[in-house]
Structures are given as structure tokens and as C-alpha cells.
Design a protein around this ligand. Structure first.
Ligand code: TRP
Length: 332
């Protein structure tokens, strides 16, 4: 039996961090054996906010690929590819955009909250930013993906993709595959400051490429239970940000840490030390694999080229079906 196909990916806007690992990368490593996994490095989508710095993309694409390989995405199992090098995605985006009402995009809750985050008002909002969910529908449908593993914030985009597929199939001919979202059950890892999700602009991340020393330094800045002033004050793990990290990275010590924290028999400093050790234990093999590829950059380029070639072949097949369905195949 043929494996079901998955498509998922990231915008290359900087190095990937622990939040990406917990929220999606670990799951991708798990899913790559059971599914035919396509992973898009969405460089055009990165331009929705970084259009003034296209010169960064090449390096960012390369580094995201290094992070993927580091965490254990196996290029023999998964297809890693670059969005801008598959022009059929742009072509599909244009065709879809003819029948997607602008009002649907304006009401998309993820677009609304990102617009707020980037300070775009109704006037400053670009056509490309407002329309990127249409382009994302093309990312998903060009390879006829069945499943899209994503975080909860991406669900409105998958819902739109499903609408686009149904509308296309009904308007022209039933050639597109309707995908389903596979929403991760793990809550998003908040930043070290405890306020928001990990984000480069807030400086509250631990990157997969950070050294052990940097990890220790970063964890030491993390906020803990604000009621704990002295090391022997009883702690409240349920409100402690470091404790949520412990739950993600140090499961085996949780009962002991919780008991000692509540009793005031372990202070925040030693508690953080165990967290640093656990994170570094997780990152060590990732660093090692990453380094291997880093010292052989040509192999990374080859992986990107190979993956993109395969994606391009799939895109050509879908595009032929789409053109036939729309009867834009005049001289065939
Ligand atoms: N929008 C996604 C993000 O910001 C990245 C992305 C682009 C994506 N194309 C996709 C995710 C297709 C899933 C499917 O993280």
C-alpha cells in the first residue's frame, strides 16, 4: 500500500529553537518512517515580513535545513525542498486567488493576530501578507498531501485550504486532494521570560544550535515562581515557567523536583542546573549531527537540490491536472 503523504514546513527567518523542536520537529522525525513526508522551507512566505531583506534568504534556508538534519530528519525518508524553486506553487496561488474572497482572508484569526504583532494596519497590509494563506494552500495541494501536522495557530490556514480544494473541485473537476490538519497535542513552549511563545524578536529562546554554555546562560535568565525569594521558601510548580520546561525535557525527575520544590528543599538554582543538563543531553546528539553536515556544506546543498527536484516533479504532475481541469491547456 502507498504511504499517505504529509506536508509541513517553516518560514526561514532565523535559526530554529526548542519551541520548534517540542512543537513540531520531534513529531516530524517520528512521522517520517510511516508517511511520505514533504517539508517545505517557505522562503517566499518569509518575504511576507522580510521583503526588504531577500539577501538573507539563502543563508536562512541553508541553516533551517541544517537544523532539520540535526534533529534527525532523514533525507532518505523525507523530502526537504525550497518553496521558491517550485514555480508551480506560485502558479497555483494565482489560480486559487481568483475565487478566494478577500473577506475570508481579512477574518482569518492568525492573519489578524500576526498583523497586530507586526504592526500592520488595514492600510499598511500588503497583498502578499493578506494572501499568504492562499499561497500556503498551494504549498499543501501541489503535492496532493493528505495530512498537515501543524500547531493550533495554523488551523485557520488548513481550513482555508480545504475550502479552496472543495471549491476548485466543484468549479472545474475533482483533481485536488483535500488535506486534514494533524494538530499536535503538546502545548506550545513559552519563552524563557514566561510571557509569550519563543520568538527571536523577544530574545527569549534557546536555539538548537546554541552551545552548552549558552544554554546554561539562557536558562539562568528564565523566570521562576515569583513568590520564591529565598531558596528555602516553598515553591509553586504550577506557576513556575522553569517547571513547564522540566516537564518537557526532564520527565523522569518530575516527581522528585516537584516534591522538593513544594517543600522548599531545592532552590531555583540547582533546579535550573538539572534542566540545563537535561536540555544539553537532548541537544548533544543534535549538535553532533549538525556539525557533521556543517563541515560538509555541499552535502546539504545536494539534499536541498534533490528534495526540490522531487517536489518539482510532483508539482508538474498536479499542474497538468489543474490545467486540464481548468481547460487552460489550449495547444496540448
Ligand atoms: N505558516 C507556517 C509557519 O509560519 C509555515 C508554512 C508555510 C507551512 N507553508 C506551510 C506550514 C504549509 C504547513 C504547511 O510556521
Amino acid at each position: 500500500m502507498q504511504k499517505k503523504r504529509i506536508l509541513t514546513g517553516d518560514r526561514p527567518t532565523g535559526p530554529l529553537h526548542l519551541g520548534h523542536y517540542v512543537g513540531s520537529l520531534a513529531n516530524r522525525v517520528k512521522l517520517q518512517t510511516e508517511y511520505d513526508e514533504f517539508i517545505i522551507i517557505a522562503d517566499i512566505q518569509a518575504l511576507t515580513t522580510n521583503f526588504d531583506h531577500p539577501e538573507r534568504l539563502k543563508e536562512d534556508v541553508f541553516n533551517v535545513c541544517l537544523d532539520y538534519l540535526g534533529v534527525g530528519i532523514d533525507p532518505n525518508l523525507a523530502t526537504i525542498f525550497i518553496q521558491s524553486q517550485v514555480p508551480e506553487i506560485a502558479e497555483l496561488t494565482i489560480f486559487y486567488s481568483m475565487f478566494v474572497p478577500v473577506s475570508i482572508l481579512r477574518y482569518n484569526p492568525t492573519i489578524k493576530s500576526e498583523a497586530k504583532q507586526y504592526g500592520y494596519d488595514a492600510k499598511g497590509m500588503t497583498y502578499g501578507f493578506l494572501g499568504y494563506p492562499v499561497s500556503q494552500a498551494a504549498d499543501i495541494t501541489f503535492c496532493r498531501a493528505n495530512l498537515v501536522p501543524v500547531g493550533a495557530d495554523q488551523v485557520p490556514h488548513i481550513e482555508l485550504t480545504r475550502k479552496i480544494v472543495r471549491r476548485f473541485n466543484e468549479l472545474y473537476a475533482p483533481v485536488l486532494v483535500e488535506p486534514e490538519a494533524l494538530v499536535g497535542s503538546i502545548p506550545r513552549l513559552v519563552g524563557l521570560d514566561g510571557n509569550a511563545k519563543m520568538s527571536k524578536s523577544l530574545g527569549n529562546c534557546i536555539y538548537l544550535s546554541d552551545s552548552p554554555e549558552v544554554v546554561a546562560k539562557r536558562v539562568n535568565t528564565a523566570v521562576t515562581d515569583p513568590a520564591r525569594i529565598h531558596a528555602n521558601d516553598p515553591g509553586h510548580p504550577e506557576v513556575c515557567n522553569v517547571f513547564t520546561y522540566q516537564k518537557a525535557f526532564n520527565v523522569k525527575f518530575i516527581p522528585e523536583l516537584e516534591k522538593n520544590c513544594r517543600a522548599g528543599t531545592i532552590g531555583c538554582v540547582p533546579c535550573k542546573k538539572t534542566l540545563v543538563a537535561a536540555i544539553n543531553e537532548l541537544l548533544d546528539p543534535i549538535r553532533e549531527r549538525r556539525k557533521k553536515y556543517e563541515t560538509d556544506p555541499d552535502s546539504v546543498t545536494q539534499i536541498l537540490l534533490q528534495g526540490t527536484k522531487r517536489a518539482h516533479e510532483e508539482a508538474k504532475k498536479t499542474m497538468a491536472l489543474v490545467r486540464d481541469a481548468m481547460k487552460i491547456n489550449y495547444y496540448k
